[in-house]
Design a protein around this ligand. Structure first.
Ligand code: ZN
Ligand code: ZN
Length: 398
């Protein structure tokens, strides 16, 4: 099968759901419209489900024709939009001012709904499939919240799978890799407290700008001198604020703000420790007081080898083996699916949605761009991939 035929036949119906979700974009923990639409479909199809998981999330369960394998998998779609003013000009553009599905989570939900309808009709598997509709992926830690509320205790499973549409990959391709595929996302804030005064009499001040500058330079040595060259990490200072605007005043404090990205929790903790040590020692050297707040935000998304083996098989069934890259490059971008992969083995993959030779079309625009749009052509691929995971891992006939 290239894509599952009965799903391909239903492309227009799935695209209509997607466009309705797009038009009614809502951001983290406010995805009420999406929740209502999904719950309405689940009720229509007679699928048992729980609402109110992490406020607006939903979990539904489909049992196969047989369940004696004792196996279960979870398939996840994220639900939230972004605080972006849409500029696509499409007929189904967001009707909510300043809210936009610019990351394609509308397409992830529609793909999972398409798979849900198919799996519920065919039940061509031996086991259970849990369908996770997760709120607040964009900086809201929705995955962690669902886990805290007992997601995997209430819905035990052997594996968890998810995907992200990928504009720089062409339609008809699926990329994945064992190990880290998306980075952890952390934030840090450093407040340097010195002593302000007249710029002409620096000997009477403790200049926080000079101290903050030393810190910026010293932080650059973390990746080059502390992290092993075999590992990958980023430390970026993205804001440096100090001063009143006056040319002749040394301010009393300065603020640095930035992000750290890694693919492993070991490296992540090593960077935090090194950062605290650098800041503490510079503080002492310059007789200042420095506060550092390191905020762990999003886990790295680390695929397991057995999860990728299942994902690769399912992906090859849908787009053909030659169109599946099982050793793709990772990205330093983040995704909260990593929280699920700390609890359960599984895989997070990228499904291509770019259109070759047309870099300006909406589907080829970068994620979070105001002209971006999910490509409805890949809905049958997304739905078929989800369905194939269930049928591949839990075949009816063994
Ligand atoms: Zn995003
Ligand atoms: Zn996203």
């Amino acid at each position: 099968m290239p894509v599952i035929n009965s799903i391909a036949d239903r492309k227009d119906e799935i695209a209509a759901w997607r466009q309705e979700l797009h038009r009614n974009a809502q951001t983290k923990y406010e995805e009420v419209y999406a929740g209502d639409l999904i719950a309405k479909k689940l009720e229509e199809w007679g699928i048992p489900h729980t609402r109110g998981f992490a406020k607006t999330g939903i979990v539904a369960t489909i049992e196969g024709q047989k369940t004696d394998s004792g196996k279960a998998i979870a398939l996840r779609a994220d639900m939230d939009a972004l605080d972006i003013q849409e500029r696509t000009g499409l007929p189904y553009a967001s009707c909510n001012e300043g809210k936009m599905h610019a990351c394609g989570h509308d397409g992830h939900m529609a793909s999972l709904l398409g798979a849900t309808k198919y799996l519920n009709e065919t039940k061509n598997f031996n086991g259970k499939v849990h369908l996770i509709f997760q709120p607040a992926e964009e900086g809201g830690s929705g995955a962690d919240k669902m886990i805290e509320e007992g997601l995997f205790k209430k819905f035990p499973c052997n594996y968890v799978f998810g995907f992200h549409n990928w504009p720089t990959l062409p339609v008809g391709t699926i990329n994945m890799r064992v190990g880290g595929i998306m980075a952890s996302v952390d934030e840090f804030e450093i407040i340097v407290k010195g002593k302000g005064g007249h710029a002409a009499m620096p000997e009477n001040t403790i200049d926080p700008i000079v101290i903050a500058s030393q810190i910026v330079i010293a932080l650059q040595t973390i990746v080059s001198r502390t992290v092993s060259p075999i590992d990958t990490a980023v430390v970026s200072v993205t804001n440096m604020n100090a001063g009143t605007g006056a040319f002749n005043v040394i301010p009393g404090s300065a603020r640095l703000h930035g992000t750290v990205r890694t693919f492993s929790n070991d490296v992540r903790h090593k960077i935090k420790e090194r950062m605290e040590s650098i800041v503490g020692n510079i503080s002492k050297a310059f007789d200042s007081t420095i506060e550092i707040d390191y905020i762990f935000q999003t886990e790295p998304t680390v695929n397991t080898a057995d999860g990728i083996a299942i994902a690769a098989k399912a992906a090859a069934l849908v787009v053909g083996e030659k169109n599946v890259d099982t050793n793709c490059l990772p990205t330093m971008g983040g995704e909260d699916f990593g929280a699920f992969l700390i609890e359960k083995p599984g895989a997070f993959v990228f499904i291509g949605q770019g259109v070759a030779n047309d870099p300006h079309c909406h589907s080829s625009m970068g994620l979070h761009h105001p002209n971006y749009d999910f490509n409805d052509e890949i809905l049958p691929i997304g739905s078929s991939y989800f369905a194939a995971l269930a049928e591949t891992y839990m075949p009816l006939e063994t």
